[in-house]
Design a protein around this ligand. Structure first.
Ligand SMILES: Nc1ncnc2c1ncn2[C@@H]1O[C@H](COP(=O)(O)OP(=O)(O)OP(=O)(O)O)[C@@H](O)[C@H]1O
Ligand SMILES: [Mg+2]
Length: 368
C-alpha cells in the first residue's frame, strides 16, 4: 500500500522564500500522477520533500499510513529518476544499476537477478558492460530508470526525466514509461513543465502555480473543465484563445460583444448562468479546434461568426493552423487542410458557441 498524502505541506527556503504553500494532495496507490506547471511553481521542491532530499517546513507527508517527515531518504522505499540521470561516469551500466543494492548489502545473486530482469524490461541487456559516456541520451535515460527499478520501490519519483531527449525519442520514452507503469503497477509521481507529457501520460494531473495546487483531475476533465483561465490556457496546444468583452442582453438573448464587429450569441444552456454578468465584462475562451471556416458550415447560426483576416498560415499536413485577426486581436484556429487561404484573405470564422468558456474578470474562475 503506497498511497502518498501531503497534508498542509509548506516549504520555506532558508532565504525566506515560500516555494510551496500549504499543499494538500492525495496520490492514490498504483496511479501514475503527473505534477505539471510553469517553471518555478514548486514541482521539484514538492518531489524532493517526498523523496526526503528537502526538509518539510510545515505539515506532514504520509506514505501508506506512516508519517515520513523524519524518515531518512534511504529508508523511504522511494526511487527517484532525475533530469540529468545522475549516473556515475566511471562505472559500467551494470555497476550503476547495482550500486544502490550493493550499498544495502544485497547478496550478489539477488543483485544479478534484479539487474538482469530490469535490463530485459528496458531492452538494455547488451549495454551492461558500457560506461555512460558510450551511451546515447535515450540509453542513459533507460539506465537511470533501470537503477530505480532494481530497488523495487513502493513509489517512483521522476523529475523531468525526458527533457534532455530529442522530440522523437521523448515520444517513444513516454510510451515506454507508461508500459512500465502498467507492468510494475507501482505508484509513480512524474514532474514536468510540458502539458503534452502530462496529458498523454497521467492517470491524473496535478497542476501547480506559484506554490499552490490549482486543479487535480483526469487529463480529459482538465481539458474540458478547467477550473480557471490559468488551467484553460496552460493545458492544450495550441493554447486556448481569450478575448475580454461584455455580456449584453437584447430581446430574449444574451450576447458577448467586443469592439465594433464582435457579437456572439451566448449558447442557450449558458444563458441562465450568464444573466448575472449582463453589462459586465468577462473573458471569452475558445479552443483552436472549436472554429470552422463558414464555407464548411451549411447551418451556421446567426451571431456565431467572427469577421477576420488570415495573418499567418502554418500547414501541418493533417490540418492548417491559421492565425486570424479580428479587429486588433489575433487568434489561433485549427482548420481543415482542404481550406485554401492566403495571408491577407478575409475569412468568416464560425465559433462553436456550445464549447466555449467564460471566465470571471476578477477571479479568473471559470463561469461556464
Ligand atoms: N534552495 C533554494 N533557496 C531558495 N529558493 C529556492 C531554492 N530552490 C528553489 N527555490 C525557488 O523555489 C521556487 C520553486 O522551485 P522549484 O525548483 O520547485 O520549481 P519547479 O516547479 O521545479 O521549476 P522548473 O520547471 O523550472 O524545474 C522557485 O522560485 C525557485 O527559485
Ligand atoms: Mg524542477
Amino acid at each position: 500500500m503506497a498511497e502518498v498524502i501531503l497534508k498542509d505541506v509548506v516549504k520555506q527556503y532558508d532565504n525566506g522564500f515560500v516555494a510551496v504553500k500549504k499543499v494538500n494532495l492525495t496520490i492514490p496507490d498504483k496511479e501514475f500522477t503527473v505534477i505539471v506547471g510553469p517553471s518555478g511553481c514548486g514541482k521539484t521542491t514538492t518531489l524532493r520533500m517526498i523523496a526526503g532530499l528537502e526538509d518539510i517546513t510545515e505539515g506532514k507527508i504520509f506514505i501508506g499510513d506512516k508519517v515520513i517527515n523524519h524518515v531518512s531518504p534511504k529508508d523511504r522505499d522511494i526511487a527517484m529518476v532525475f533530469q540529468n540521470y545522475a549516473l556515475y561516469p566511471h562505472m559500467t551500466v551494470y555497476d550503476n544499476m547495482s550500486f544502490g543494492l550493493k550499498l544495502r548489502k544485497y547478496p550478489k545473486k539477488a543483485i544479478e537477478e534484479r539487474v538482469t530482469d530490469a535490463s530485459e524490461i528496458l531492452g538494455i541487456t547488451d549495454l551492461l558492460d558500457r560506461k555512460p559516456s558510450m551511451l546515447s541520451g535515450g540509453q542513459r535515460q533507460r539506465v537511470a530508470v533501470g537503477r530505480a527499478i532494481v530497488r523495487k520501490p513502493t513509489v517512483f519519483l521522476f523529475d523531468e526525466p525526458l527533457s534532455n531527449l530529442d522530440a522523437k525519442l521523448r515520444v517513444q520514452m513516454r510510451a515506454e514509461l507508461q508500459k512500465l507503469h502498467n507492468r510494475l503497477k507501482t505508484t509513480m509521481i512524474y514532474v514536468t513543465h510540458d502539458q503534452m507529457e502530462a496529458m498523454t501520460m497521467g492517470d491524473r494531473i496535478v497542476i501547480m502555480k506559484d506554490g499552490d495546487i490549482v486543479q487535480v483531475d483526469s487529463p480529459i476533465r482538465m481539458y474540458n473543465h478547467p477550473v480557471n483561465k490559468f488551467v484553460a490556457g496552460f493545458i492544450g496546444s495550441p493554447s486556448m484563445n481569450f478575448l475580454e468583452g461584455k455580456i449584453v442582453s437584447e430581446g430574449s438573448n444574451l450576447y458577448f460583444v467586443y469592439g465594433k464587429s464582435v457579437k456572439l450569441v451566448v449558447f442557450k444552456e449558458h444563458q441562465k448562468i450568464m444573466e448575472k454578468y449582463v453589462d459586465k465584462n468577462v473573458v471569452l475562451g475558445f479552443r483552436p479546434e472549436h472554429v470552422e471556416d463558414k464555407i464548411f458550415v451549411s447551418d451556421a447560426k446567426p451571431f456565431t461568426t467572427l469577421k477576420s483576416t488570415a495573418d499567418v498560415i502554418e500547414p501541418m499536413g493533417s490540418e492548417i493552423y491559421i492565425y486570424f485577426k479580428v479587429e486588433n486581436t489575433t487568434f489561433t484556429g485549427r482548420f481543415s487542410p482542404k481550406l485554401r487561404v492566403k495571408i491577407g484573405d478575409k475569412i468568416d470564422v464560425v465559433v462553436d458557441m456550445e464549447s466555449i468558456h467564460f471566465f470571471d474578470i476578477d477571479t479568473e474562475a471559470t463561469i461556464v
